[in-house]
Design a protein around this ligand. Structure first.
Ligand SMILES: NC(=O)c1ccc[n+]([C@@H]2O[C@H](COP(=O)([O-])OP(=O)(O)OC[C@H]3O[C@@H](n4cnc5c(N)ncnc54)[C@H](O)[C@@H]3O)[C@@H](O)[C@H]2O)c1
Length: 308
């Protein structure tokens, strides 16, 4: 019987990109079982974020879920979190680091035959510390010419390389709030940026209610509107191209509620605090603009600045 081959891959996946996915797919084509180790070290990870242009810091749970989602239903690809706390940073901590890896290998009864990497300078150390062979995959990055450093430096310029599962984390959310022709701006911008416009649940709800029942909203209706909007935003983010646009945010919805019922609502307050928009533009704040074109140009510039 052919020997059962077990492979290892180490990485920070900060963030997961198509080059990593290529390495993993190439590796699993050569073994029966592949174990991916997601290396995490709080101060190093924070430093990487501080030096980056990422809009927010990916947590271990984000990086883990990108891998999990990308390789879901692949029973022979296993993902492990490798806690690198207290170990000298690469390349100065090979002994301690490999001991930490071996501890995990023992816990999970993993006996590796091969390490896959695209870093030729690590071959000797992998061979020495793990006593197995090393297969180099595309050291020159011919197939997928990208690195996580390049993505951290400019995530929006390198958008097409970010793993599909990781993209929602980086999508910027824009609410452009106003009346009349101002309402068209989020739709126009979604068109220009080739992305999703999320219809305003508030307006849709009012229209539906007026045609069916009555022309006023209850306290409970506001919660339903908010939930509908969360659902729509969440779905839109999954397939968005860098940005999504809508015409209401939760702060404004909570404000409408406060004006009508003269009190706060816990659900709306919680949404206002937890669902952050990256840019909220109110028509009333742009009153110095005179024409639709001026509105268009001012808003466009603010949106463009989000992607730098
Ligand atoms: N403390 C130490 O001394 C020590 C020693 C060895 C390893 N480590 C740890 O191992 C991990 C190594 O992570 P990393 O920095 O290599 O992670 P990474 O996420 O940048 O890369 C993961 C893997 O993908 C490969 N890769 C990247 N871009 C590619 C592309 N375009 N095409 C094909 N393959 C590509 C890399 O070569 C690497 O093998 C870290 O967690 C590090 O701390 C630590």
């Amino acid at each position: 019987m052919a020997k059962h081959k077990v492979g290892l891959i180490f990485g920070k996946f900060y963030p997961l990109h198509c080059g990593h996915i290529y390495l993993i797919e190439k590796a699993i084509s050569q073994v029966d079982e592949l174990h991916i180790f997601l290396g995490c070290e709080a101060s190093r990870d924070k430093q990487l974020f501080d030096k980056s242009h990422l809009p927010k810091q990916p947590q271990i749970s984000d990086r883990f879920s990108w891998l999990k989602e990308t390789f879901k239903d692949r029973h022979n690809i296993h993902i492990h979190v490798l806690d690198e706390a207290g170990i000298e940073f690469y390349p100065n901590g090979w002994q301690d680091w490999s001991d930490r890896v071996k501890q995990l290998l023992t816990e999970h009864k993993i006996i590796p035959n091969v390490v896959f990497t695209s870093e030729p300078q690590d071959v000797k150390n992998h061979e020495h510390y793990f006593g197995c062979s090393v297969t180099i995959v595309d050291a020159d990055r011919h197939f997928m010419n990208i690195s996580a450093t390049q993505i951290r430096e400019n995530p929006y310029k390198n958008w097409s390389f970010i793993a599909q599962a990781a993209k929602p984390f980086f999508v910027k959310k824009v609410a452009i709030i106003g009346q009349g022709r101002f309402c068209e701006l989020p739709i126009q911008l979604a068109n220009i940026y080739n992305t999703q416009y999320v219809p305003n649940g508030y307006i849709n709800y009012i229209e539906r209610e007026i045609s069916t029942r009555h022309n006023y909203l209850s306290e409970c209706d506001y919660i339903k509107i908010a939930m509908l909007h969360v659902e729509r935003l969440t779905k839109a983010v999954e397939t968005a191209n860098k940005l999504i646009f809508t015409s209401i945010d939760f702060e404004t919805l909570a404000q409408y509620y406060r004006q009508i019922f003269e009190k706060e609502n816990d659900v709306l307050q919680a949404l206002k605090n937890s669902y952050q928009f990256d840019l909220v533009i109110h028509e009333k704040d742009l009153k110095s603009q005179r024409s639709q074109l001026e509105y268009f140009e001012t808003v466009s510039k603010k949106v463009e600045a989000l992607l730098i």
